[in-house]
Each structure stands twice: as C-alpha cells, then as structure tokens.
Design a protein around this ligand. Structure first.
Ligand code: ZN
Length: 332
C-alpha cells in the first residue's frame, strides 16, 4: 500500500484512460451514495455504543465527520506534459519517469499537506485508509465486479464493496487508527476508561485470531493482524446495517427473498465470501501469516461470520456448530 515505483509513475495517465472506459459517472454516483450510506450507518453505531462515554463518543463522531472520501480517481488529473516519453526507449523512459516522480516529491517538502493526492492509481484493485490525512480512498479498479456492480442489488454491493468500505472506515478506529485525531495527528482523544474498554474488546479478537493455520503449517499471531481483523469484523456490521436501512426504504427486510433464490441476508453473506475467493500456495501463505497484517482470505470470511448471530440466523446454524463461535467477539 502507498507504494510508488517507476512503473507506477505514469499510473494516473493510464488511469485517465481506464476510468473513461470502465468507470462511468453513473457508477461513481452510485459508489458515492454507498459510501455515504456506510458513513451514516457507522455514525448511528457510534451513537448507540454502550461501552463508550459521551466524551469519547463526541470526538469519535467529530473524526468521522471530518473523513475525506476519495472515490475512483483524482478530482484534478496530474499533468504529465513535462515528462518526455520516447518511443523505442524503454530504459530511458523508466529513468525519466523516476526523475519526474522524484522532482514531484521533492516539491512537496515543506509544502502544506495535500489531502487530494492519491496513494494508489485509479486501476488498482485495492483501497486504503490514511490516518495522517484522515481519508478513505477507493480507486476505480476495486469499484468493479465482483466487488461492485452499479446494476446489482444492494445486498450484492453491500456484501462486496460495502464491506470493503466499512473495513476502511473502521481502520480509522482500529488499534492503530484510533490513535490519530480528525486532523491526522498522533493524539490520544480517548478517556482512559474508554481506551480500556476498547482494549478489552480488541483482546477478544486478538485471542481468536491467534490460531493455527494448518494450510500454512504455522500459528498466526493475532496481535500482528489485529488492525485488519478489527476492520473486517466492524466493516461487515456497518455494511449490514446499511443494507437493512436500504431495504427498509423499499419496504423490505433481510429475510425477504432476493433475486437468485436466496434471502437478502444470505445474498449479502455469499457476496462477501465471493470477494475473498482466491488461491495461495502454502509457501506464500506461510510468509503472509508470519510477516504481514492480513489474515488469509479464508479466515477473513470464516472467523468474521462465526462472530455474527446474523450469519447463524441466515443459514440456520446452531450453537456448537463450526460456524458459531461460543465466545463471539465484537468491537465495532
Ligand atoms: Zn485493511
């Protein structure tokens, strides 16, 4: 994340062409609406939390209301006219692109920070929250199926990109993000009591994810993946709350049948599982579990839904069954 190499130096120029072809204004409008609905759902969640004092709650809402939201592509495209590209001179082009990038970066030293700059190019299939600018960012590349389809029903989009949007919002309130304030400064805005409540709840997740990962032959350290796991678990709750609200306006409920033969709620969970489908070799799985902060995709689905009574309800799972955790964790 937030990685710039020589080859991505012209990523925004490519992105302009990509967006023209794959991200029409209607898709952007729909994505903006989705993000706003998720922010609304999280606002309501913060207001009704039983474990947070009014003092911290007010600051948590203040931070949320000051999120910068970037969707699809930059408002102002970067000007590449000063970058000379010569046909047939690949090595030279790479060198010139690197110098161009370096000059741009040096020009930012001592300049006021620019929240509108992107750390990912538009075609990137990823998203990020940046605590230091208090922004959440969703490139056009992830606003595509199976994550997002402007023509799909809400249950599909909210189980897919909705959960990803929720995940990035919660990063602003995970074990690391919660230490930054609305202006992106490393500043503690929690009362000691609320911080203790947070840590207690997060410890439940840390314990849960300190687990054997047999396909990788290693044990996961739940403290390493705490931020991502907190974002996964909280993100799906606010996506589901947004779905419930959307259905309510249509006079429907989560248990109503949706097109495709499943209920709205089942469709939501199936869509969520689908976005994490993938295949990882055991060696790569082992490296990932031991060195980076994301749980393997299988656990990003199974651990999360095992914590949710809504999932048990959707698929008639009972206590004692594999997908129902006796000690269900909940932070957000
Ligand atoms: Zn994340």
């Amino acid at each position: 994340m937030l990685e710039h190499g020589e080859l991505s130096a012209t990523g925004e120029a490519l992105g302009k062409l990509y967006v023209a072809k794959y991200f029409p204004p209607e898709a952007k409008a729909k994505a903006v609406e989705l993000v706003n609905n998720l922010l609304k759902a999280y606002d309501a969640d913060i207001r009704t939390l039983t474990w947070m004092s009014p003092e911290t709650r007010e600051k948590a809402l203040y931070k949320l209301h000051h999120f910068g939201v970037k969707i699809g592509y930059p408002d102002h495209w970067r000007d590449f006219s000063a970058l000379e590209v010569r046909r047939g001179d690949f090595l030279g082009n790479v060198g010139r692109a690197a110098s161009f990038e370096l000059r741009e970066r040096l020009a930012q030293v001592d300049a006021p920070s620019d929240r509108s700059r992107w750390g990912m190019t538009p075609p990137t299939v990823n998203a990020y929250e940046d605590a230091q600018t208090n922004t959440i960012n969703f490139p056009a590349g992830i606003l595509q199926p199976p994550f997002f389809d402007a023509s799909a029903i809400d249950a599909v989009n909210l189980g897919g990109i909705g959960m990803v949007i929720g995940h990035e919002i919660i990063h602003g309130y995970d074990d690391q993000g919660r230490k930054f304030d609305a202006d992106g400064n490393l500043k503690d805005w929690w009362t000691p009591g609320d911080a203790a409540s947070y840590n207690k709840r997060d410890a439940c997740l840390t314990d849960e994810y300190t687990q054997d990962v047999p396909e990788a032959g290693v044990k996961q350290n739940g403290k390493l993946s705490a931020g991502e796991d907190t974002a996964d678990n909280g993100g799906i709750h606010i996506a589901l709350a947004a779905l419930e609200a959307a259905l309510r306006t249509q006079g429907k409920s989560l248990d109503d049948p949706a097109p495709g033969g499943f209920t709205e709620l089942q469709t939501f969970f199936l869509s969520n599982a689908k976005i994490w489908c993938g295949s990882v070799r055991p060696e790569a799985a082992r490296t990932r579990v031991l060195t980076q902060g994301h749980s393997l995709p299988r656990y990003r689905v199974n651990n999360v839904v095992g914590n949710m009574s809504e999932f048990a309800h959707a698929f008639s799972c009972h206590p004692g069954q594999a997908m129902v955790r006796a000690n269900a964790c909940r932070v957000w």
